[in-house]
Design a protein around this ligand. Structure first.
Ligand SMILES: Cc1cc2nc3c(=O)[nH]c(=O)nc-3n(C[C@H](O)[C@H](O)[C@H](O)COP(=O)(O)OP(=O)(O)OC[C@H]3O[C@@H](n4cnc5c(N)ncnc54)[C@H](O)[C@@H]3O)c2cc1C
Length: 386
């Protein structure tokens, strides 16, 4: 089987890249272990999607069919320090309708999956997994576990943080485990959240309450391993009390909708995200602390940048040429490093016990809250507007 682009991994990054290449002359293969499914009730894995990425999803045709009743707009954000400091952002003050949207991961994945199933220039290989990779001068040759082989001018690793493609190509990844887990769960709340995303920088981690449609919230508590294990082991009513109290009971009593789950957190830097005949996108190319909610937002922007580069390449151009692919690497480097550094530094500032750091970080938050220009810049950056 011969293709122009073979994408390993049909998570959100790989699927959105495939969709973004729909109107090109490229023949695409998508190799995925298993098709996405929708859990009964609410998915505990939800993402804050920036307006820039909502635009991307609109352009590739994956936004308009999403169930509008499951998309929650963010009208404002409140960020609390550990000593009473607070930063407020609002869509109204920023001059936009929404700061972003909260969506379930599987909602987006299933919609993107339906799109690629109908895509004329795409062959979906699922269930399938790669077993061997031969990066030749003229093609990447992939042998699948079921014995089939395929060759492509460009192989894309979109296979997540433990990327098989990255390893098989010999690209290094530097991991810094945070010693924390992201504990996620959904709750019904007694009082309306009014479209406000809330975040607390606490001594025992960072807690985010994200608005879901109706009187529901989804939480991500980036907690040290021991606390995460404790939270996971709590009976439902006790977990509700702990989470409500950690958020100052702002939304009244909570009721658990989906059992808590946890994901280990780590910073992952990948110095080279391209090689001859190869490019990495999404979590295969970077790992970031979830406190800024930027993980898949970076992944979507990777997919967008790579798709634009490939779509613009003239027919005579070899799309697996590393000199061309380095343009993609350069285009994505700045934002990725900036977000990794900012989230890493913020997290350290609130976890470390250096004398004077507590008052300083809270003073910094209060000061920023009183500087409309700085606040506006921060929020416009998060919206993808600068
Ligand atoms: C607790 C937590 C909260 C988060 N919150 C947010 C948030 O609010 N906002 C945000 O933007 N991001 C958030 N993230 C990050 C986000 O989850 C990831 O960035 C995103 O899922 C990465 O998507 P991906 O497609 O790159 O990789 P993945 O989702 O890992 O997808 C990889 C795909 O490749 C497939 N695959 C893997 N190996 C193979 C193989 N060998 N053969 C075939 N197929 C394979 C897998 O089946 C999977 O479908 C959060 C992460 C955590 C841990």
């Amino acid at each position: 089987m011969q293709f122009d682009v073979a994408i390993v991994g049909g998570g959100l990054a790989g699927l959105s890249l495939a969709c973004a290449l729909r109107d090109t002359r490229l023949r695409i293969a998508l190799i995925e272990n298993h098709a996405p499914t929708r859990p009964a009730g609410w998915d505990a894995r939800v993402y804050a999607i920036s307006p820039a990425n909502a635009d991307f999803l609109r352009k590739i045709g994956a936004w308009k069919h999403l169930d509008a009743g499951r998309i929650a707009p963010i009208h404002a954000m409140q960020v609390h320090g550990d000593a009473g400091a607070r930063l407020d952002f609002s869509a109204y003050e920023t001059g936009v309708d929404e700061l972003g949207w909260i969506l379930e991961s599987s909602l987006m994945a299933c919609e993107l999956w339906e799109n690629v199933k109908r895509q004329g220039n795409l062959t979906l290989l699922c269930p399938a997994a790669p077993q061997a990779l031969d990066l030749r001068a003229d093609a990447a040759v992939l042998t699948l576990a079921d014995g089939r082989t395929l060759s492509a001018r460009l192989l894309v690793g979109a296979d997540g943080r433990d990327s098989w493609v990255r390893g098989a190509a010999g690209l290094s990844a530097h991991n810094t485990p945070y010693g924390e887990m992201g504990v996620v769960a959904n709750f019904a709340c007694a009082r309306p959240h009014r479209g406000i995303a809330r975040q607390w920088f606490r001594r025992d981690g960072v807690l985010a309450w994200l608005p879901l449609s109706g009187d529901r919230i989804s939480i991500v508590w980036s907690a040290p391993d021991a606390l995460a294990a404790e939270l996971l082991a709590l009976p439902a009513d006790e977990l509700c009390r702990r989470v409500a109290a950690a958020g100052g009971d702002e939304l009244g009593a909570l009721e658990l909708l989906t059992p808590a789950a946890a994901f280990p957190l780590r910073l992952m830097r990948v110095p080279r995200t391209v090689a001859p005949r190869l490019a990495l996108v999404g979590d295969a190319a970077h790992g970031i602390h979830p406190l800024s909610g930027h993980g898949i937002n970076l992944g979507y922007q990777d997919a967008k940048a790579l798709a634009e580069l490939l779509a613009a390449a003239p027919a005579w151009q070899d799309i697996g040429d590393e000199r061309l692919l380095r343009r993609y690497q350069r285009a994505r480097r700045e934002e990725t490093v900036l977000m990794q550094t900012a989230t890493h530094t913020l997290r350290r500032m609130f976890r470390e016990d250096l004398p004077g750091l507590g008052p300083l970080r809270n003073f910094g938050m209060n000061l920023t809250n009183r500087l409309p220009v700085v606040k506006n810049l921060l929020v416009r950056y998060a919206l993808g507007a600068i």
